[in-house]
Design a protein around this ligand. Structure first.
Ligand SMILES: [Zn+2]
Length: 426
């Protein structure tokens, strides 16, 4: 028999159920359903209204969408009667007790006392196929398993989660120690905690809630279309942000994104701090520091000093790497890219490629301001000026004039190419 406990259902559970059900297949993926979730007073009001209609229903009332035929016929009539009498029998309602039957029927319209009522609708103008899809949507993904997560356990470390913070003995198999894990973790934690208050201080001028914005930024990470960024600002900005404020806001979000990337699991997983996975998370830290310096100035510089002091405690097993601070300088900082490097890349490439007025260069969009190319013998000179297409990508303004020079060296068969640092600043 159907009855429900009044225990409230957490909002997240309802959202998870709907999220799973929304993956049900439908004809040409039309997803012809709409869900309405009702709790509390809203549920009460709807139930009262529907029951009022039920109570006042005139005989012969015809539903807009018929579930059953007007006249039942065999063998369906007998089957229907059997199930009806069986069910009413379980409730102690005998044949012929129509008032009691009707009272029981009425309970449908109060969701049999369930604390959450969901109503699903399908557009009137859709046809029978959509009704099938709608049924599948309702039935496809009922909850099947329940699991409990035991905190601080993992499948790949018998010591809990020590693999990600200490010399627990789990590694990739080389005869190395992992004493470097603890100071590395500490260095990253300190960096994370060092940028957090600066993020709040700066972020509170730009966002309603900087941490909610940080969480919401995932939508921008997943889709960097300008409209998505626009939507992100609409949702989170504290006031209408100027272009410059938008740039700062996005830099702040990128910095926070990289504080999260620093904790990528494989950075701790293997044998040595000089391994490519660990160097990668140190590079994420370098990006955090780069943006912190850009956004906060002196406090950003101080973060780097503190970070390096802690990283020096993380010793590599291999002499060529030294320690974490050395790896930061020799491996991570050499990956650092700024707009100057983008401009240099553009300048050098422009000798060989004819770029459109605006062009995509990796994740950048570069706008040409002026450009010419001169050839003399085996040499070419391409003076020009370019900058980021500011509105398309929202990055800092930088206009880089460049003379890019190229000539081939006939004796070696190699080419030489470069800009002039003194004149261009790139
Ligand atoms: Zn372990």
């Amino acid at each position: 028999m159907r009855a429900f406990l009044p225990t409230p259902v957490p909002r997240e559970t309802i959202a998870a159920i709907l999220d799973a059900a929304a993956r049900a297949p439908s004809g040409t993926n039309m997803q012809p359903w709409r869900g309405h979730v009702l709790v509390g007073a809203a549920k009460g009001e709807l139930c009262a209204a529907v029951q009022e209609v039920f109570d006042a229903e005139a005989p012969g009332h015809r539903q807009e969408v018929q579930y059953y035929p007007d006249e039942f016929f065999e063998p369906y009539l007998s089957r229907r009667r059997k199930i009806g009498w069986d069910l009413y029998g379980l409730l102690g309602i005998a044949r012929g007790e129509t008032a009691k039957m009707r009272a029981q029927h009425r309970r449908n319209f109060q969701f049999f006392d369930a604390p959450v009522g969901m109503v699903f609708t399908v557009h009137r103008e859709l046809a029978t196929g959509s009704w099938l899809d709608y049924g599948m949507f309702l039935e496809k993904f009922p909850p099947e398993y329940e699991c409990e997560i035991e905190e601080d356990t993992s499948w790949s470390c018998a010591h809990g989660v020590e693999r990600w913070r200490s010399n627990c003995g789990c590694n990739g198999g080389r005869p190395f120690n992992q004493l470097w894990r603890a100071p590395l973790r500490q260095a990253l934690d300190e960096l994370r905690d060092g940028v957090a208050p600066l993020t709040e201080q700066e972020g509170n001028k730009l966002f309603k809630d900087v941490w909610a914005a940080r969480d919401g930024y995932i939508d921008v990470v997943l889709n960097r279309a300008p409209e998505q960024t626009e939507q992100f600002f609409k949702t989170h900005q504290q006031h209408e942000l100027s272009e410059q404020e938008q740039v700062r806001a996005l830099e702040l979000m990128e910095m926070q994104r990289h504080t999260q990337l620093m904790y990528t699991s494989c950075g701790w997983f293997f044998d040595d701090i000089g391994g490519i996975e660990t160097v990668q998370i140190i590079a994420y830290a370098a990006r955090v520091i780069q943006l912190a310096r850009l956004l906060f100035g002196q406090p950003g510089e101080l973060l780097e000093q503190a970070f390096l002091a802690r990283m020096a405690e993380a010793k590599s097993n291999e002499a060529k790497f030294g320690d974490g601070a050395q790896i930061y300088r020799s491996c991570a900082l050499t990956m650092e890219l700024g707009l100057e490097q983008v401009a240099a890349h553009y300048a050098i490439s422009s000798v060989f490629s004819s770029f459109a007025e605006e062009t995509e260069l990796f994740c950048y969009r570069v706008k040409r301001i002026s450009f010419a190319i001169h050839s003399s013998g085996r040499g070419r000179l391409a003076p020009g000026q370019a900058g980021p297409a500011f509105l398309a990508r929202r990055c800092r303004r930088l206009t880089a004039p460049f003379p890019a020079r190229w000539h081939d060296a006939p004796h070696t068969g190699k080419m030489r190419c470069g800009g002039q640092r003194e004149r261009t600043g790139i």
